[in-house]
Design a binder for this molecule. Structure first.
Ligand code: NAD
Length: 335
């Protein structure tokens, strides 16, 4: 670890940003110097708790910090992140990266031109149950992936629809697991509570033949966050809430079941670590900056998930009945 800690700040300390700030404040190799929020009161309350400076204009931080987390509402991501990248500051940008793919392209180009790290906050990649699958040595290329990200209505993140807010987590995961381009998108969904897309279903087909079916809702009775993966010799079930990873697999042997010889099958819980997901994500960001290497989820990965999400939304707009046009986020920059 370097003897001079990296100077960090968090921009936007609402619901999620304060957790980012607390992680930096406790992390080795990083010194949280300030928190910024358009609401001065909010910034001051957290700054007092953590013993750092409060700012209401994040631009006053540029030149004083090495890295920032941008945790402002999604519609502000492009403007805030672009200012930081232009100033040569490394950026961990919350998901969804931006509202439009054109904006995401702009940020990727800026980060590459300035030679700084741009990481996108696809937190689930760092989830210990996802790590458990990867570490198991059992996972090959899943042929079928099915995801559920269902949440009761919380009245938050309503500046974007449920595809951009929730489904994008699973889009990012299945792109990573499939490791192939999406060649076909089918999607349905529509408004339930807000006039914008509150419930959605999508089917993605990949160039290698794999298929993903994703469900997302912010109008559910109860939370359900699961991803199931199937390959020729095993089925994996990840439960993000229970922090469990389960596998049912054929051993290659034969077994007797009620006198009949069948494929021998084992069902087991994979060992899941106790790592804090947000801390693991921020640690990867810190190390990418220190080691001058790409982060696990870089700007291009964030852009990829966003592009697929945009196609899903486009299909839903074509399908949806009753979505108030004024409520839909723009599909093109400035629209
Ligand atoms: P929030 O509304 O609770 O907080 C946003 C904060 O940003 C507010 O305090 C607001 O005053 C401040 N802000 C707005 N514009 C600003 C600006 N220009 N400069 C400085 N501060 C500004 O929102 P939230 O729920 O914390 O979500 C923030 C972002 O985090 C969203 O993009 C959301 O999608 C993302 N998020 C990601 C996850 C995840 O699992 N990775 C979970 C929740 C939220």
């Amino acid at each position: 670890m370097t003897s001079t800690p990296l100077r960090a700040a968090v921009i936007g300390v609402g619901y999620l940003g304060r957790f980012h700030a607390r992680k930096y404040a406790a992390m080795e190799g990083v010194k949280l110097v300030a928190v910024a929020d358009a609401s001065r009161e909010r910034a001051e309350a957290l700054a007092q708790e953590l013993g750092v400076e409060a700012r209401d204009d994040y631009r006053t931080l540029l030149g004083e910090v090495d890295l920032v987390s941008v945790v402002t509402p999604t519609r502000t991501h492009f403007e805030v992140a672009a200012e930081c990248l232009r100033a040569g500051v490394h950026v961990l940008l919350e998901k969804p990266m931006t509202v439009t793919v054109a904006e995401a392209d702009g940020l990727v180009a800026l980060a590459e031109a300035r030679g700084v790290v741009l990481q996108v906050g696809h937190l689930k990649r760092f989830h210990p149950a996802i790590d458990a699958l990867r570490r198991s040595g059992l996972l090959k290329t899943p042929r079928l992936m099915e995801g559920w990200r269902l949440a009761p209505f919380k009245g938050r993140a309503l500046d974007v629809d449920v595809v951009l807010d929730l489904m994008i987590h699973d889009v990012d995961l299945v792109l990573d697991f499939a490791g192939a381009e999406v060649v076909e998108v089918e999607a349905m969904g529509g408004p339930v509570l807000t006039g914008d897309i509150d419930a959605a279903w999508a089917r993605l087909k990949f160039a290698n033949g794999s298929v993903a079916v994703l469900h997302a809702s912010r109008a559910a009775m109860a939370a359900r966050r699961e991803l199931h993966l199937y390959q020729e010799d095993a089925a994996f079930e990840v439960d993000f809430i229970a922090r469990q990873a389960r596998v049912t697999r054929a051993t290659g042997g034969r077994a007797l079941l009620e006198g009949v010889e069948v494929t021998e099958v084992v069902r087991e819980l994979l060992p899941v670590g106790s790592d804090d997901t947000l801390e693991a994500q921020i640690r990867d960001f810190r190390d990418a900056v220190l080691q001058n290497r790409p982060p696990r989820v870089d700007g291009r990965a964030g852009r990829h998930a966003l592009a697929v999400t945009e196609e899903i939304r486009r299909r839903i707009h074509a399908f949806a009945v009753g979505v108030a046009p004024g409520r839909l986020p723009p599909m093109e920059p400035g629209a």
